[in-house]
Design a protein around this ligand. Structure first.
Ligand SMILES: [Zn+2]
Ligand SMILES: [Zn+2]
Ligand SMILES: [Zn+2]
Length: 335
């Protein structure tokens, strides 16, 4: 044997392969952590009774390897070499590493995939190249069912890309999977910034009303509101300045306010479209936050009481917001 005997692993088949200069040796997966050079020849004779036993199992004993418990078998059907325990030859059906690798590759091919490698940790899983070119990780057993037509195989990356396109077509951005864990739902962000969970099938068909701006965000009327809210446990009121197609509904159902909270609308300014309302409100809130940072209520104060992350002010800002509303009203009417 040459110096490079038992030097490298090629873990690309169901068995680990330890190549020597003549033929690679398949090692059962459970022995994958045994160092490669442990599989060198074990120089002892092979008793004739073992050879008979091996022949009955469809193998020829090539040599003894590693220690007094192991053999290298040659498969009489494919010619590959596999290391086994002598005890396994007696008690159990011995599998040929070469035949197993071939089965795995044929299964993958039959399912329209290319087998790449085993999962080094989970022995029932492997990595495959899908027809789209992406690498997918699947159970071997599932590949068999795909092959027999009992189930299909969807590439998760392609699915995400498709869902991203569907969302974009309707003015949404797909953020991720549903935080509530419902597999039929996804999390989306509307063009207005509002984040919402929507059934994927509804998004595909464009049935995806934004809870904040209402249906057809760009064209339907909307309202910019200024509301005073008294929250339980807070000495003074806070002020919310925002927009919605249905402000009362929004406060009642979407902001997660405690039952004991009191809401009083100081002003409701009707806007011709959700688009106009969104643009005007965003610009005004940005100005207010920049010019009156002391009047912005820190989120820590209302966390858990109102389900928003900004646009909450102390009442001292009311005059400034009224001025903003006057200006927006004037601009809208001038159009
Ligand atoms: Zn074989
Ligand atoms: Zn793909
Ligand atoms: Zn929206």
């Amino acid at each position: 044997m040459s110096d490079n005997t038992c030097q490298t692993y090629v873990p690309a088949t169901p068995f680990v392969v330890v190549p020597d200069n003549a033929t690679p040796l398949h090692i059962p997966h459970r022995s994958r952590n045994v160092p490669p050079d442990a599989w060198c020849d074990y120089d002892r004779p092979v008793p004739p009774s073992w050879a008979e036993l091996a022949a009955r199992r469809g193998f020829r004993i090539d040599r003894r390897v590693r220690d007094r418990y192991h053999l290298a078998l040659e498969c009489l059907s494919c010619g590959a070499y596999t290391a086994v325990k002598i005890a396994a030859l007696r008690d159990a059906a011995v599998r040929c590493g070469g035949c197993a690798a071939r089965d795995r590759e044929q299964n993958a091919q039959g399912a329209g995939l290319t087998f790449l490698r085993r999962d080094p940790v989970a022995r029932h899983y492997g990595y495959f190249r899908a027809p789209c070119g992406h690498t997918v990780r699947r159970q071997f057993e599932l590949i068999q069912r795909v092959r027999s037509g009992k189930t299909g195989l969807r590439c998760a990356l392609c699915l995400v890309a498709r869902e991203q396109d569907e969302a974009r077509a309707h003015g949404w951005h797909r953020i991720g999977s549903d935080f509530a864990g419902n597999p039929a739902y996804r999390l989306y962000r509307h063009a207005c910034g509002h984040v919402q969970r929507i059934a994927r099938v509804n998004m595909r068909h464009g049935q995806c009303d934004c809870a904040r701006c209402g249906e057809s965000w760009s064209s339907k009327p909307s309202v910019i509101y200024l509301a005073r809210i008294s929250l339980p446990g807070l000495a003074g009121d806070v002020v919310k300045f925002g927009y919605s197609a249905h402000p009362r509904k929004r406060f009642k159902h979407q902001l997660g306010l405690p039952k004991s909270a009191r809401v009083r609308f100081v002003r409701l300014l009707e806007m011709p479209s959700g688009h106009a309302a969104c643009a005007a409100e965003k610009a005004a809130n940005a100005r207010l936050a920049r010019d009156f940072p002391d009047l912005v209520v820190p989120q820590t104060i209302y966390r858990g009481l109102i389900n928003v992350r900004s646009e909450i002010y102390w009442p001292a800002i009311l005059g400034e917001i009224e001025a903003e509303l006057d200006r927006i009203s004037g601009q809208t009417q001038a159009r």
